[in-house]
Design a binder for this molecule. Sequence first.
Ligand SMILES: NC(=O)c1ccc[n+]([C@@H]2O[C@H](COP(=O)([O-])OP(=O)(O)OC[C@H]3O[C@@H](n4cnc5c(N)ncnc54)[C@H](OP(=O)(O)O)[C@@H]3O)[C@@H](O)[C@H]2O)c1
Length: 213
Amino acid sequence: MAQIDIIGSGHMARGIAVRMLQGNHKVRILGRNGNQTRELVESLGPGATGAYAGSAIESPVVVLAIPHRETKTAILEYGSGLDGKTVVDISNPIDYTTFDRLTTAPGISAAEETASFLEGRADVVKAFNTVFPKTLETGTVAGQPLDVFIAGDSETAKRKISALTAESGMRPIDAGPLRRARELEAFMLLVMGLQVNPEHERFNWDTALKILP
Ligand SMILES: NC(=O)c1ccc[n+]([C@@H]2O[C@H](COP(=O)([O-])OP(=O)(O)OC[C@H]3O[C@@H](n4cnc5c(N)ncnc54)[C@H](OP(=O)(O)O)[C@@H]3O)[C@@H](O)[C@H]2O)c1
């Protein structure tokens, strides 16, 4: 049984927490909104605890369930508490007003930016950006386990996240080094562009990226 610290108390924090609890892991929600954090922890039930944003990190794995634009601020806030940890970047750095462009600079992914903010003090893994909160809660898409694409430069860190993912009922797929996050993030720009396009009725927020069989 592992413990995972999740920074953020929103939709993805809930979805990832539900899956990890299903895998008999413990989750700790670090939320900056006290009421929302308390409600989330209560609804998650046994195995979930909460703490105020900025509390000391206690777990070897830290999930950044916050908007991409807030990553630098959060990394500064948690400071040396992140040293030696596996930090999971789940973000989709997309302009949500147009769904027409990434908000990262050309040639770099949000996950690589996260790694640069951490300056080598922690291992960064890209994961969970291709799944959505509702599918995480059910654990399936079209009746099949979710695929979780995992990119990172540390094999040890990737193995750790792969194991947590598999134990929580999903299929981990090693996508390669951290720079593959560029493609994982760009692909979600395409997917979300389809999801918000009324011409594509079957693409909605209950979809997930899955390779068949
Ligand atoms: N939703 C999706 O479909 C989806 C799918 C894949 C990946 N993602 C990615 O997952 C991440 C979270 O998305 P979400 O849908 O869960 O968003 P959300 O529901 O809006 O939740 C975001 C959470 O981040 C917190 N937060 C914001 N700035 C923070 C900071 N500086 N320090 C600590 N906490 C902070 C918010 O706190 P407050 O409530 O106090 O503002 C909130 O709890 C994003 O990077 C997104 O791109 C989302």
